[in-house]
Design a protein around this ligand. Structure first.
Ligand code: ADP
Ligand code: MG
Length: 308
């Protein structure tokens, strides 16, 4: 397997995550890696970059490169539909409307949507090394991405607590049953589900720590730098590895007039980025003239991020 085959592109909205993730994925595909680029940003725009509508199922966009857009909402709705179907088979008809109402509310709650999205990402991560050589994730804006990446670590102790509680309840049940002469050894589906979920989350955390890198993207302005520093601290605090930081839309040296003044303002931020992220490495991508939607332009971006 490749070294660090899983790459996340994170940063504020509009900094260039989608463009750079698509360019990087194209670069890896051109190097002969079976590459999947997937967007987890609810404001999907990956399909626009390739000029095709995308869905959850990976679609071949150029040779060696597949693309998909996953949505927590769609995942959550599908999962709830399964639960409703189960409930219809097993529960008394009178309680079904109440169950449906409860589930409809649950599907809209941010926790459900995020954990469903995490499930979809886990599926894809598990495919790396088998179906894909490389997975590139065009992440949602910073806060969203951080929550998603820290969710497995947060969920694991919580699930463990639930499982422990469940086990001790079962222990008391068994003891009571034993006293009246009937040892209850039936399998517990809830406990099984909790255990399976705990294993899955622990596996994801381990996999991300070993095989993933997060590329934070920023434009050289003062405000995003502070946000990038905060994001970096949170990610590394969660055991994730920071990859090369990408500064996008850097005005090329040697411009005149308005652009020259912009460049001067950018210099100060660029110096601070170099100082803060020297260890991780910093890549610069210039401000490009086009709309960045043609294959030729994407190839140009691919060449610019080939060192990540
Ligand atoms: N280096 C660049 N030069 C010029 N335009 C860029 C550059 N990088 C991205 N863009 C443009 O900026 C806009 C936002 O980029 P996008 O990749 O969609 O950002 P994000 O995914 O972070 O919201 C898009 O129109 C994109 O074509
Ligand atoms: Mg985007």
């Amino acid at each position: 397997m490749l070294l660090r085959p899983i790459r996340f592109f994170g940063g504020k909205g509009g900094v260039g995550k989608t463009t750079l993730a698509a360019g990087y994925a194209l670069h890896r595909a051109r190097r002969g890696e079976r590459t999947l680029v997937v967007s987890t940003d609810p404001a999907h725009s990956l399909g626009d970059v390739f000029g095709v509508p995308l869905g959850e199922r990976p679609l071949a966009v150029v040779p060696g490169l597949w693309a998909a857009e996953v949505s927590g909402e769609a995942q959550a709705a599908r999962r709830v539909a399964e639960i409703v179907a189960d409930a219809e088979r097993t529960l008394p008809r009178e309680v079904l409307p109440a169950v449906r109402r409860h589930l409809a509310r649950a599907v809209e709650s941010p926790g459900t949507v995020e954990s469903a999205l995490l499930d979809a990402v886990t599926d894809l991560v598990e495919q790396v090394g088998r179906d894909w050589d490389r997975l590139v994730v065009d992440s949602a804006p910073t806060g969203h991405m951080l929550r998603l990446l820290s969710l497995p670590a947060l969920l694991t102790p919580w699930i463990e607590g639930l499982a422990r509680q469940r086990e001790s309840v079962r222990g008391v049940d068994r003891l009571a049953a034993g006293l009246v002469g009937r040892a209850d050894e039936e399998p517990d589906p809830l406990l099984e589900r909790l255990r399976a979920r705990r294993e899955r989350m622990a596996g994801l955390v381990e996999r991300l720590r070993a095989d993933a890198e997060v590329h934070l993207v920023l434009v050289p302005e003062r405000l995003p730098l502070a946000e990038t520093v905060r994001a970096a601290e949170q990610l590394t605090g969660g055991g994730l590895r920071l990859g090369t930081v990408v500064v996008n839309r850097v005005v090329p040296a040697g411009e005149t007039g308005l652009l020259a003044r912009r460049r001067e303002q950018q210099e100060e931020v660029l110096a601070r980025v170099a100082e803060r992220f020297g260890r991780e490495g910093v890549a610069r991508v210039p401000l490009l003239p086009g709309a960045l939607t043609s294959t030729a332009e994407l190839t140009e971006v691919a060449d610019l991020v080939s060192d990540l």
